[in-house]
Design a protein around this ligand. Structure first.
Ligand code: HEM
Length: 206
């Protein structure tokens, strides 16, 4: 209880994961529920539902992404760039005896790279497009192409989420690194998401 480092570490880790659930939960809602739903709705229903639904869902989605990212960076600093009783600086969890990255360090770098690409896609591509669509700033003739761009980037994020999560979990629950394992993990992640995307078009037709 008096160990401040462990308490702060746990709270930051908790914040990171709960924000991650909020972000990726909404990403899966958009991709597995909303895409097939929009295809099934008539225009009048879309006009009634979307102005109420989209701003709310997009708010939780983008702020979930921001808090996940900021808490993730803080967690990185606490775990890999700080040693209790010593101070700040890369520690032995990140840098091995030979001066290179440790296996744990490689896993988290892979996970964070994918997480960063996903965060970038949300804040620099998906949200700016959705904001322009919601505020009627996209001319009607350009709307389908603009919508398609947001859809493709969102779909890419959905696929990246599978391998990304292996990169988040492996550092403290797996440890050792080799490329065949990383490729199998990435393949399993992609397969699971691919199966979910496929099923999302079947649900509702049953
Ligand atoms: C956006 C960029 C992200 C960064 C910079 C980041 C950073 C980190 C760091 C540094 C760790 C600690 C790893 C360790 O214990 O060695 C971690 C763990 C974790 N992250 Fe992320 N992360 C990001 C995105 C995400 C996302 C989108 C999720 C989705 C849910 C997520 C879920 C997790 C989980 C579940 C853990 C493991 C917690 C545990 O085992 O105790 N992260 N992340």
């Amino acid at each position: 209880m008096t160990d401040w480092y462990s308490n702060i570490h746990l709270v930051v880790r908790w914040l990171h994961v709960i924000a991650g659930i909020t972000w990726i939960g909404h990403l899966y809602f958009f991709n597995f529920v909303n895409v097939p739903l929009q295809a099934a709705l008539e225009d009048a229903a879309k006009k009634a539902v979307n102005p109420q639904l989209m701003p709310r869902a997009l708010w939780w989605f983008r702020w979930g992404a921001m808090i996940t990212f900021l808490a993730g960076l803080t967690l990185f600093a606490l775990v890999y760039l700080y040693t209790p009783g010593v101070g700040f600086g890369p520690n032995s969890l990140l840098i091995g005896p030979g001066g290179g990255l440790t296996d744990r360090g490689i896993w988290i770098m892979l996970g964070m790279t994918l997480g960063f690409i996903m965060w970038f896609n949300v804040w620099m591509i998906i949200w700016p497009i959705q904001k322009r669509l919601l505020t009627g700033k996209v001319p009607a003739d350009q709307a389908p192409a603009v919508r398609k761009r947001a859809f493709l980037v969102s779909r890419a994020n959905t696929f990246l989420s599978g391998p990304m999560l292996f990169g988040m979990l492996a550092p403290s629950h797996y440890g050792t690194f080799n490329w065949p394992t990383a490729l199998v993990a990435a393949g399993l992640g992609l397969l699971a998401i691919g199966a979910s995307v496929r099923s999302s078009y079947q649900v509702g037709k049953l």
